[in-house]
Design a protein around this ligand. Structure first.
Ligand code: ZN
Ligand code: ZN
Length: 295
């Protein structure tokens, strides 16, 4: 298995629109591990489409508890269980992740109990362990090291950027954040920085379409980054490749890849990928497998 990043869902926010991309989830394959980062709606389908057998589900990280990052966590694990999962799954998430998981199992109690008795499955509640983390080192096992940095995503206080390191390679996810200069130190020298991004000219139209105008705009400006700001972090960190992800807006027909590139090129001159659902970024060789997304 070659090391790679697959952007399963590339839009910011939980709403779906016809023909549009899906909310946040990514697959990071590094050092023989298949790691899921965030579980927005569509993560299960995305993993299957990326060729991942759900029985092999192993490590899941959640950056924060906004629904576009966690809504499908329970359904993913439950579906893996019905696909034959018998090995432990370790979920790392912010405080509150354990509460979500216990309540999910309660909501699905009828189905869980009946499959254990009727189909002889192991108890899903015994297969899953939840580790709630804060800032600092999250885990170090089998050569994989994961660090967390609290970022600026009001009113959510437990929102964490994540840095994955294995065998001299490193991939950093910004999570959802307003422009946050300490991220540059945290991402220093990373092979890939996956940073969220907004495009100024798209915000007005997005707000008009969604219908709760001023409040939504206020939230976006206070808690997310413009593409230019993501480029600034990438430049200050000296990363090898910047991936713009969690795009806002993601499904505006008047906004295309050239618009994202024009914005981010003001602050970032290095290798660049604009995320699309299913896009693969190879970790060894620095080539995106599907050319169009790269510039
Ligand atoms: Zn989000
Ligand atoms: Zn969020």
């Amino acid at each position: 298995m070659s090391d790679r990043l697959v952007l399963l869902g590339s839009k910011g926010g939980p709403a779906l629109r016809p023909g549009g991309p899906w909310p946040s989830s990514s697959l990071l394959e590094i050092g023989g591990r298949a790691i899921v980062v965030d579980c927005g709606l569509g993560v299960t389908r995305g993993l299957v489409d990326a060729g991942i057998g759900l029985k092999a589900l192993d490590l899941i990280f959640i950056t924060h508890l906004h629904s576009d990052h966690v809504l499908e966590l329970g359904p993913l694990i439950h579906t893996a269980w019905t696909a034959g999962l018998v090995t432990p799954v370790n979920v790392f998430g912010p405080p509150g992740t354990g509460h979500y998981w216990r309540r999910f199992c309660q909501a699905m109690e009828f189905d869980i109990e009946i499959r254990i008795v009727d189909e002889g499955r192991p108890d899903i509640r015994d297969l899953v362990s939840i580790d709630e983390f804060g800032e600092g080192q999250v885990v170090e096992q089998r050569g994989l090291k994961v660090m967390a940095l609290r970022v600026d995503h009001p009113p959510v206080t437990d929102c964490f950027a994540l840095r994955f390191e294995h065998g001299g390679k490193s991939v950093v996810f910004s999570a959802d954040t307003a422009f946050f200069p300490p991220l540059a130190d945290f991402a220093e020298g990373a092979d890939i920085l996956v940073h969220e991004a907004m495009l100024e000219q798209g915000i007005e139209r997005l707000v008009a379409r969604t219908g709760n105008g001023a409040r939504l705009k206020e939230h976006l400006l206070a808690s997310h980054s413009f593409a230019e700001e993501a480029g600034r972090i990438a430049s200050d960190a000296g990363v090898k490749r910047l991936v713009l992800n969690h795009l806002i807006p993601a499904d505006d027909p008047e906004i295309g890849e050239v618009d994202w590139q024009a914005a981010v090129r003001k602050t970032w001159a290095g290798d660049l990928t604009i995320a699309r659902d299913g896009l693969v970024v190879e970790l060894s060789g620095w080539k995106a497998a599907q050319g169009e997304g790269t510039a």
